[in-house]
Design a protein around this ligand. Structure first.
Ligand code: RIB
Length: 314
Protein backbone atom coordinates (compact mmCIF):
# COMPACT_ATOMS: atom_id res chain seq x y z
CA UNK A 1 0.00 0.00 0.00
CA UNK A 2 1.33 3.49 -0.73
CA UNK A 3 0.36 7.04 0.08
CA UNK A 4 1.43 10.32 -1.48
CA UNK A 5 3.88 11.17 1.32
CA UNK A 6 5.21 7.61 1.41
CA UNK A 7 8.97 7.10 1.04
CA UNK A 8 9.94 6.03 -2.46
CA UNK A 9 12.18 3.04 -3.03
CA UNK A 10 13.58 1.51 -6.22
CA UNK A 11 14.30 -2.22 -6.26
CA UNK A 12 16.42 -3.98 -8.88
CA UNK A 13 16.11 -7.73 -8.57
CA UNK A 14 14.76 -11.16 -9.31
CA UNK A 15 11.29 -12.56 -9.64
CA UNK A 16 10.76 -16.32 -9.24
CA UNK A 17 7.88 -18.71 -9.02
CA UNK A 18 8.65 -20.77 -5.91
CA UNK A 19 7.87 -24.50 -6.13
CA UNK A 20 7.62 -25.25 -2.43
CA UNK A 21 7.94 -28.87 -1.32
CA UNK A 22 6.74 -29.42 2.24
CA UNK A 23 8.88 -32.28 3.64
CA UNK A 24 9.49 -33.83 7.04
CA UNK A 25 13.22 -33.61 6.34
CA UNK A 26 15.18 -32.52 3.27
CA UNK A 27 16.79 -35.39 1.34
CA UNK A 28 20.47 -36.08 1.97
CA UNK A 29 22.87 -37.10 -0.84
CA UNK A 30 21.40 -40.07 -2.77
CA UNK A 31 18.22 -40.04 -0.64
CA UNK A 32 14.64 -39.88 -1.93
CA UNK A 33 11.91 -38.49 0.32
CA UNK A 34 8.16 -38.05 -0.13
CA UNK A 35 6.77 -34.52 0.15
CA UNK A 36 3.57 -33.82 2.09
CA UNK A 37 2.52 -31.08 -0.37
CA UNK A 38 3.59 -28.93 -3.31
CA UNK A 39 2.67 -25.23 -3.41
CA UNK A 40 3.31 -22.62 -6.11
CA UNK A 41 4.09 -19.30 -4.42
CA UNK A 42 5.25 -15.93 -5.75
CA UNK A 43 8.85 -15.26 -4.74
CA UNK A 44 12.30 -14.17 -5.86
CA UNK A 45 14.46 -11.97 -3.66
CA UNK A 46 13.80 -8.85 -5.70
CA UNK A 47 10.06 -9.39 -5.81
CA UNK A 48 9.94 -10.30 -2.12
CA UNK A 49 11.91 -7.23 -1.08
CA UNK A 50 9.74 -5.02 -3.29
CA UNK A 51 6.61 -6.49 -1.69
CA UNK A 52 8.11 -6.08 1.78
CA UNK A 53 8.85 -2.39 1.10
CA UNK A 54 5.37 -1.81 -0.36
CA UNK A 55 3.62 -3.49 2.59
CA UNK A 56 5.65 -1.29 4.95
CA UNK A 57 4.15 1.73 3.23
CA UNK A 58 6.71 2.66 0.56
CA UNK A 59 5.99 3.61 -3.02
CA UNK A 60 8.01 1.00 -4.89
CA UNK A 61 9.34 0.82 -8.46
CA UNK A 62 10.66 -2.63 -9.38
CA UNK A 63 13.14 -3.43 -12.17
CA UNK A 64 13.53 -7.05 -13.26
CA UNK A 65 12.69 -9.54 -16.00
CA UNK A 66 10.03 -12.22 -16.45
CA UNK A 67 9.31 -14.79 -19.13
CA UNK A 68 6.19 -14.47 -21.29
CA UNK A 69 4.52 -17.39 -19.53
CA UNK A 70 1.95 -18.27 -16.90
CA UNK A 71 4.37 -17.89 -13.98
CA UNK A 72 5.37 -14.46 -15.28
CA UNK A 73 1.76 -13.34 -15.60
CA UNK A 74 0.96 -14.54 -12.08
CA UNK A 75 3.98 -12.74 -10.62
CA UNK A 76 3.10 -9.51 -12.42
CA UNK A 77 -0.49 -9.70 -11.17
CA UNK A 78 0.86 -10.03 -7.63
CA UNK A 79 2.93 -6.87 -8.05
CA UNK A 80 -0.21 -5.07 -9.19
CA UNK A 81 -2.08 -6.26 -6.11
CA UNK A 82 0.62 -4.70 -3.92
CA UNK A 83 0.56 -1.40 -5.83
CA UNK A 84 4.13 -1.83 -7.09
CA UNK A 85 5.18 0.08 -10.21
CA UNK A 86 6.37 -2.77 -12.47
CA UNK A 87 6.84 -0.83 -15.69
CA UNK A 88 10.55 -1.59 -15.25
CA UNK A 89 9.90 -5.35 -15.23
CA UNK A 90 10.76 -6.54 -18.72
CA UNK A 91 9.14 -9.46 -20.53
CA UNK A 92 11.53 -11.86 -22.26
CA UNK A 93 9.98 -13.80 -25.14
CA UNK A 94 12.98 -16.10 -25.44
CA UNK A 95 13.23 -17.69 -22.03
CA UNK A 96 11.14 -18.68 -19.05
CA UNK A 97 10.37 -16.98 -15.77
CA UNK A 98 12.80 -17.78 -12.95
CA UNK A 99 11.90 -20.71 -10.73
CA UNK A 100 13.03 -21.63 -7.22
CA UNK A 101 12.76 -25.21 -5.93
CA UNK A 102 12.38 -24.94 -2.16
CA UNK A 103 12.17 -27.68 0.43
CA UNK A 104 10.62 -26.62 3.71
CA UNK A 105 11.10 -29.01 6.62
CA UNK A 106 8.80 -29.53 9.58
CA UNK A 107 11.12 -27.25 11.60
CA UNK A 108 10.57 -24.39 9.13
CA UNK A 109 14.13 -24.68 7.79
CA UNK A 110 14.37 -24.25 4.02
CA UNK A 111 16.79 -25.12 1.21
CA UNK A 112 16.57 -23.23 -2.07
CA UNK A 113 17.82 -23.91 -5.60
CA UNK A 114 17.14 -21.16 -8.17
CA UNK A 115 16.88 -21.53 -11.95
CA UNK A 116 17.41 -17.88 -12.99
CA UNK A 117 15.64 -17.99 -16.39
CA UNK A 118 14.75 -14.45 -17.43
CA UNK A 119 16.42 -12.96 -14.34
CA UNK A 120 19.75 -13.93 -15.88
CA UNK A 121 18.99 -11.80 -18.95
CA UNK A 122 17.98 -8.61 -17.13
CA UNK A 123 19.47 -5.50 -18.72
CA UNK A 124 19.23 -2.21 -16.86
CA UNK A 125 17.36 0.67 -18.50
CA UNK A 126 19.27 3.68 -17.05
CA UNK A 127 16.65 6.19 -18.17
CA UNK A 128 13.82 4.38 -16.40
CA UNK A 129 15.95 3.77 -13.30
CA UNK A 130 17.02 7.41 -13.30
CA UNK A 131 13.39 8.51 -13.14
CA UNK A 132 12.69 6.12 -10.25
CA UNK A 133 15.75 7.31 -8.32
CA UNK A 134 14.66 10.96 -8.35
CA UNK A 135 13.68 11.71 -4.77
CA UNK A 136 13.92 8.05 -3.78
CA UNK A 137 14.99 7.16 -0.26
CA UNK A 138 16.88 4.05 -1.32
CA UNK A 139 17.89 1.61 -4.03
CA UNK A 140 17.56 -2.02 -2.91
CA UNK A 141 19.58 -4.69 -4.74
CA UNK A 142 20.44 -8.38 -4.29
CA UNK A 143 22.47 -10.83 -6.40
CA UNK A 144 19.97 -12.97 -8.34
CA UNK A 145 20.35 -10.65 -11.33
CA UNK A 146 23.62 -10.34 -13.29
CA UNK A 147 26.41 -8.66 -11.33
CA UNK A 148 27.24 -6.07 -14.05
CA UNK A 149 23.63 -4.84 -13.91
CA UNK A 150 23.75 -4.69 -10.10
CA UNK A 151 26.95 -2.65 -10.22
CA UNK A 152 25.53 -0.34 -12.90
CA UNK A 153 22.38 0.27 -10.84
CA UNK A 154 24.43 0.95 -7.71
CA UNK A 155 26.70 3.35 -9.60
CA UNK A 156 23.69 5.26 -10.89
CA UNK A 157 22.06 5.47 -7.47
CA UNK A 158 25.30 6.52 -5.79
CA UNK A 159 25.85 9.24 -8.38
CA UNK A 160 22.28 10.44 -7.80
CA UNK A 161 22.83 10.62 -4.03
CA UNK A 162 20.40 7.75 -3.36
CA UNK A 163 21.58 5.35 -0.60
CA UNK A 164 22.24 1.81 -1.86
CA UNK A 165 21.01 -1.07 0.31
CA UNK A 166 22.68 -4.32 -0.76
CA UNK A 167 21.69 -7.84 0.25
CA UNK A 168 24.47 -9.96 -1.31
CA UNK A 169 22.40 -13.11 -1.69
CA UNK A 170 23.06 -15.66 -3.12
CA UNK A 171 26.52 -14.98 -1.79
CA UNK A 172 29.36 -14.50 -4.25
CA UNK A 173 32.52 -12.41 -4.29
CA UNK A 174 31.71 -8.71 -4.68
CA UNK A 175 33.62 -6.66 -7.26
CA UNK A 176 35.92 -4.04 -5.73
CA UNK A 177 33.92 -1.36 -7.56
CA UNK A 178 30.70 -2.26 -5.71
CA UNK A 179 31.88 -1.91 -2.11
CA UNK A 180 32.23 1.90 -1.93
CA UNK A 181 28.82 2.36 -3.57
CA UNK A 182 26.99 0.54 -0.77
CA UNK A 183 25.53 2.57 2.08
CA UNK A 184 23.85 -0.25 4.01
CA UNK A 185 24.97 -3.88 3.70
CA UNK A 186 22.54 -6.50 5.04
CA UNK A 187 23.92 -10.03 5.41
CA UNK A 188 23.07 -13.21 7.30
CA UNK A 189 25.68 -15.17 9.28
CA UNK A 190 26.73 -17.25 6.27
CA UNK A 191 27.11 -14.24 4.00
CA UNK A 192 28.96 -12.25 6.67
CA UNK A 193 31.38 -15.13 7.21
CA UNK A 194 31.99 -15.58 3.49
CA UNK A 195 32.60 -11.88 2.84
CA UNK A 196 34.66 -11.18 5.97
CA UNK A 197 36.56 -14.48 5.94
CA UNK A 198 35.81 -15.21 9.60
CA UNK A 199 33.49 -17.68 11.36
CA UNK A 200 30.23 -16.08 12.55
CA UNK A 201 28.46 -17.97 15.32
CA UNK A 202 27.88 -15.38 18.05
CA UNK A 203 26.85 -11.70 18.18
CA UNK A 204 30.49 -10.89 19.02
CA UNK A 205 31.63 -12.74 15.87
CA UNK A 206 28.99 -10.88 13.86
CA UNK A 207 30.22 -7.55 15.26
CA UNK A 208 33.82 -8.34 14.27
CA UNK A 209 32.68 -9.36 10.77
CA UNK A 210 30.49 -6.26 10.46
CA UNK A 211 33.34 -3.93 11.37
CA UNK A 212 35.62 -5.68 8.88
CA UNK A 213 32.96 -5.27 6.18
CA UNK A 214 32.49 -1.60 7.06
CA UNK A 215 36.17 -1.21 6.32
CA UNK A 216 35.42 -2.08 2.68
CA UNK A 217 33.08 0.92 2.25
CA UNK A 218 29.51 0.53 3.60
CA UNK A 219 28.64 3.10 6.27
CA UNK A 220 26.27 0.64 7.94
CA UNK A 221 26.34 -3.16 8.17
CA UNK A 222 23.58 -5.33 9.60
CA UNK A 223 24.22 -9.03 10.28
CA UNK A 224 21.02 -11.00 10.78
CA UNK A 225 21.26 -13.99 13.12
CA UNK A 226 17.95 -15.76 12.49
CA UNK A 227 15.94 -16.31 15.67
CA UNK A 228 18.81 -14.79 17.70
CA UNK A 229 18.19 -11.31 16.25
CA UNK A 230 20.75 -9.09 14.53
CA UNK A 231 23.88 -7.01 14.97
CA UNK A 232 23.99 -3.42 13.73
CA UNK A 233 27.28 -1.66 13.04
CA UNK A 234 27.97 1.94 12.08
CA UNK A 235 30.42 4.71 12.96
CA UNK A 236 29.07 4.73 16.54
CA UNK A 237 30.01 1.06 17.08
CA UNK A 238 28.16 -2.26 17.23
CA UNK A 239 24.89 -3.14 18.95
CA UNK A 240 23.26 -6.52 19.55
CA UNK A 241 19.50 -6.63 18.96
CA UNK A 242 17.92 -9.77 20.46
CA UNK A 243 15.29 -11.61 18.40
CA UNK A 244 11.66 -12.39 19.18
CA UNK A 245 10.66 -15.93 20.18
CA UNK A 246 8.09 -17.28 17.69
CA UNK A 247 6.99 -20.68 16.36
CA UNK A 248 8.53 -20.77 12.87
CA UNK A 249 6.70 -22.72 10.18
CA UNK A 250 8.67 -21.46 7.14
CA UNK A 251 11.68 -19.17 7.13
CA UNK A 252 11.44 -18.39 3.39
CA UNK A 253 11.59 -14.62 2.73
CA UNK A 254 12.39 -13.81 6.38
CA UNK A 255 15.58 -12.07 5.27
CA UNK A 256 13.74 -10.25 2.47
CA UNK A 257 11.08 -9.10 4.93
CA UNK A 258 13.73 -7.87 7.39
CA UNK A 259 15.46 -5.96 4.63
CA UNK A 260 12.25 -4.36 3.36
CA UNK A 261 11.25 -3.14 6.81
CA UNK A 262 14.77 -1.82 7.45
CA UNK A 263 15.02 -0.10 4.06
CA UNK A 264 11.68 1.66 4.50
CA UNK A 265 12.56 2.81 8.02
CA UNK A 266 15.87 4.23 6.75
CA UNK A 267 14.06 5.91 3.83
CA UNK A 268 11.75 7.54 6.38
CA UNK A 269 14.83 8.94 8.10
CA UNK A 270 14.71 6.66 11.14
CA UNK A 271 17.97 5.66 12.87
CA UNK A 272 19.62 2.33 12.03
CA UNK A 273 18.63 0.74 15.35
CA UNK A 274 14.97 1.65 14.89
CA UNK A 275 15.09 0.08 11.42
CA UNK A 276 16.69 -3.09 12.74
CA UNK A 277 13.94 -3.40 15.36
CA UNK A 278 11.31 -3.01 12.62
CA UNK A 279 13.11 -5.70 10.62
CA UNK A 280 13.11 -8.08 13.58
CA UNK A 281 9.39 -7.54 14.21
CA UNK A 282 8.46 -7.97 10.54
CA UNK A 283 10.57 -11.07 9.97
CA UNK A 284 9.27 -12.66 13.19
CA UNK A 285 5.76 -12.39 11.74
CA UNK A 286 6.93 -13.65 8.34
CA UNK A 287 8.28 -16.97 9.65
CA UNK A 288 4.97 -17.83 11.30
CA UNK A 289 3.28 -18.08 7.86
CA UNK A 290 4.11 -20.38 4.92
CA UNK A 291 5.51 -19.21 1.58
CA UNK A 292 7.43 -16.15 0.43
CA UNK A 293 5.23 -13.21 -0.60
CA UNK A 294 2.04 -14.41 1.15
CA UNK A 295 3.93 -14.40 4.47
CA UNK A 296 5.22 -10.81 4.26
CA UNK A 297 3.34 -8.68 6.84
CA UNK A 298 1.79 -5.26 6.40
CA UNK A 299 2.85 -2.19 8.35
CA UNK A 300 -0.35 -2.42 10.40
CA UNK A 301 0.41 -6.02 11.38
CA UNK A 302 3.97 -5.09 12.37
CA UNK A 303 2.68 -2.15 14.41
CA UNK A 304 0.49 -4.52 16.42
CA UNK A 305 3.27 -7.08 16.98
CA UNK A 306 5.47 -7.35 20.10
CA UNK A 307 8.52 -5.13 20.49
CA UNK A 308 11.87 -6.95 20.59
CA UNK A 309 13.94 -6.76 23.81
CA UNK A 310 16.19 -3.72 24.14
CA UNK A 311 19.48 -3.73 22.27
CA UNK A 312 22.83 -3.67 24.04
CA UNK A 313 26.24 -2.34 22.97
CA UNK A 314 28.89 -4.86 21.95
O1 RIB B 1 14.75 -15.19 -0.22
C1 RIB B 1 13.77 -16.14 -0.57
C2 RIB B 1 13.69 -16.27 -2.06
O2 RIB B 1 14.90 -16.82 -2.54
C3 RIB B 1 12.64 -17.21 -2.57
O3 RIB B 1 11.39 -16.59 -2.74
C4 RIB B 1 13.25 -17.77 -3.84
O4 RIB B 1 12.58 -17.41 -4.99
C5 RIB B 1 14.69 -17.28 -3.85
O5 RIB B 1 14.86 -16.20 -4.67
Amino acid sequence: MSTTNAPRIAVVGSLNMDLVLQVQHAPGPGETVLADALHLVSGGKGGNQAVACARQGAQVALFGRLGNDGYGHTLRAGLDADGIDHRGVQTDAETTTGVAAITVEATGQNRIVVVPGANGRFVLDPVALGAALEGAGGLVVQLETPMPQVVAAAQQAHAAGCPVVLNPSPIQPLPDALWPLVHTLVVNEVEAAALAGVAVATPQDAAAAAQALRGRGPAQVVVTLGAAGAVAADAAGCRYHPGLAVQAVDTTAAGDTFLGALAVALARGEPLDAGVREGIRASALCVTQPGAQPSIPTRAAVAQSPQPPAWSPL
